[in-house]
Write a new protein. Structure first.
Length: 566
């Protein structure tokens, strides 16, 4: 008797030890793409607001002006386009209150951490099917790569676009694998709703899932939460004015829907990326719809669906439905808009779902093979993303840094003119020009010369091109154009030309080749005539100025305001 007990105890102990070791090793495997992602983030993230980030400053100012608790709460729920971005504003407010300043890198970090939650949802779902932690590697490779560069380096977008997807999938996981609807699922759905407009999709999708599970008591609770959430969301709601009048033909909308779902394919080194994205989107959408129809047919024959089938149906409906909404409303901006980086989280999540389901439904003996094949495809996307989008990350950093200079120095000298309210809310990010900023205002007339191949005006901006200037580096290094008049000095980032070498797809250091293009929006220039000079920033932050011998004249007219409700 004692011998048997001891044998069982030893076996249980060994099993737990093996399980713990598998968990740790699996976690380390998943950590690799996250660490690479984090390293790239640390190199290119910069604490400078971009576009809608500026509204978070206005939000904080409005909070200080609020005359009552009602007005204070309203500022959190104020409509932003078609969204209620309470979550974004809450994180911004907490960051400001805890640190004394609004730091946009902090917002990016919090937003990017939503990808960790999204990965954990897939890990837990795979574990429910008996799969090892490491089999989530294809999901980790798809979520953590430079395809996400726009959300990755944009505070407000990271908080909104990453978080709503993570919250939606966490909700469907709770509905699929829990015995009954609890406050956790409802709370996650509410949080998703006040993060992004498409978070509203969580409610009807969740309602269908509960009917499929035949959880009628849960249906009643869900309906009550749904009614309250929708009523509050659309309280004082106004249709946003910013969508294009021409919404495109039915065929264009269908094409846009396929592009949205297949946007992950843009990372591959294929010249016609619209074709590759369309093909992948059609394949992914085809598999998804077939599986959903099979599940629903199974439900009609035998009502009980598995937790994984419920989770698949919920996630697929949310991702594919979000894509359909975006295609219907945004295709008027152009088909290429549907593959933009800030939308790629949906394509990558749908691909993750298909891979994870394929792995979860395999026999234990087949899981390694399937996980290996899925990982191979995902590794290719991740690897090529770091070369396909490196130029975007470099230009984004340079563009933000130059923009910060232009709104900081608005006098003829190197005296910052940021207003007191802005200084109270944010600190300027450290920039490559800080130590030598005065030299930008006192460039000697006798400097070397470089010829611009062309300068022309089109669509309200000046475009300058130079076809032979060498590539200097992969961060701040490179060419900047300086527009200088007696009243103002402006700094503009240039977009370095891509190398024609095929090896750049394998070697990031070969990304850039000779030449650059610069865009100088006339609406950003005060009226006047400007001399164009070139600043070359070399490794080690060594500067060299060049005269281009070219001038441009700005009328001082401001751009037509983009219609918005914020």
């Amino acid at each position: 008797m004692d011998s048997k007990t001891q044998s069982v105890s030893v076996t249980d102990s060994g099993s737990k030890s093996t399980s713990r070791r598998s968990l740790v090793l699996g976690g380390l495997v998943l950590l690799v793409p996250m660490l690479v992602y984090g390293w790239v983030f640390s190199r290119y993230a910069v604490n400078i607001p971009k576009f809608e980030d500026h509204t978070l400053k206005g939000f904080l100012l409005n909070l200080e002006k609020a005359g009552s608790i009602r007005d204070w709460v309203y500022e959190f729920f104020r409509q932003h386009n078609e969204h209620r971005i309470v979550y974004d504003r809450l994180i911004a407010w907490l960051d400001y209150r805890l640190t004394g300043k609004l730091n946009f890198i902090h917002l990016m970090v919090v937003g990017n951490l939503s990808l960790v939650l999204l990965l954990l949802v897939f890990v837990r779902a795979l574990q429910k099917a008996g799969a090892a932690v490491w089999t989530a590697l294809p999901v980790a490779m798809l979520l953590f790569n430079l395809s996400q560069w726009e959300n990755m380096f944009w505070g407000m977008a990271a908080l909104q676009n990453f978080t709503v997807v993570a919250l939606a999938l966490a909700t469907f996981y709770a509905l699929a694998f829990s015995d009954r609807v609890g406050w956790l699922a409802i709370g996650l759905a509410v949080l998703g709703t006040i993060t992004s407009g498409n978070g509203l999709l969580i409610w009807p999708v969740g309602l269908v899932l509960l009917f499929l599970r035949q959880d009628y008591s849960g249906v009643m609770r869900w309906l009550a939460a749904l009614a309250i959430s929708f009523r509050l969301y659309f309280l004082y709601y106004e249709k946003p004015p910013g969508n294009p009048v021409d919404s495109g033909t039915l065929l264009q909308k269908l094409h846009g829907w396929l592009l949205f779902n297949g946007a992950a394919a843009e990372a591959f080194p294929i010249q016609n990326f619209l074709l590759s994205c369309t093909v992948l989107g059609a394949v992914m959408l085809g598999f998804t719809l077939v599986l959903c129809l099979l599940f629903l047919r199974q439900h009609l024959r035998a009502p009980q669906l598995s937790g994984w089938q419920i989770f698949f149906l919920g996630t697929a409906a949310f991702v594919v439905g979000s894509g359909l909404i975006v295609a219907l409303n945004r295709v008027g901006f152009g088909l290429a808009t549907l593959t933009t980086s800030r939308y790629k989280i949906y394509s990558l999540t749908l691909l993750s779902l298909l891979f994870a389901y394929w792995i979860s439904q395999s026999r234990p003996s087949q899981r390694r093979v399937r996980a290996g094949l899925a990982s191979g495809f995902s590794v290719l996307i991740a690897f090529f993303s770091y070369t396909a989008y490196l130029d975007e990350a470099v230009y984004w950093r340079k563009y933000l840094t130059a923009s910060q200079f232009n709104w900081t120095y608005t006098r003829p000298d190197a005296v910052a003119t940021i207003d007191a309210q802005t200084r109270k809310l944010i600190d300027n990010a450290p920039a490559f020009y800080d130590a030598q900023v005065s030299s930008l205002f006192s460039i000697p007339p006798t400097v070397s010369k470089v010829r611009l191949d062309t300068v022309f005006r089109a669509n309200g901006e000046y475009v300058a091109r130079q076809d032979s200037f060498p590539a200097l580096g992969l961060r701040e290094e490179g060419a900047y154009l300086i527009a200088r008049s007696p009243r103002r000095t402006y700094l503009f980032a240039t977009r370095q030309n891509l190398s024609g070498s095929r090896r750049r797809w394998l070697q990031p250091r070969l990304t850039f080749g000779p030449g650059f293009t610069a865009q100088l929006p006339e609406s950003e220039l005060e009226a006047g005539t400007y001399d164009l000079l070139l600043l070359a920033v070399r490794p080690g932050n060594e500067w060299q100025f060049y005269s281009t011998g070219r001038q441009l004249t700005a009328s001082g007219q401001t751009a037509t305001p983009f219609k918005k409700n914020w």
